[in-house]
Design a protein. Structure first.
Length: 53
């Protein structure tokens, strides 16, 4: 899976407390697990589509 992000003035971050709490049921969680990162920088449009379960 290829994910590209163009950083602009309207970026925001999606953050989770623990990587162990993530399940690879969404593309965002899969990227965060693969990169071993608890924070994912997204634009506001994409951030509005992230559903936190």
């Amino acid at each position: 899976m290829s994910v590209s992000l163009v950083l602009a003035d309207c970026t925001t971050g999606h953050h989770v407390r623990k990587l162990s709490e993530l399940k690879s049921n969404t593309p965002w969680n899969t990227v965060m697990i693969a990169n071993n990162r608890k924070t994912l920088a997204t634009c506001e449009h994409c951030y509005s589509h992230i559903q936190i379960v």
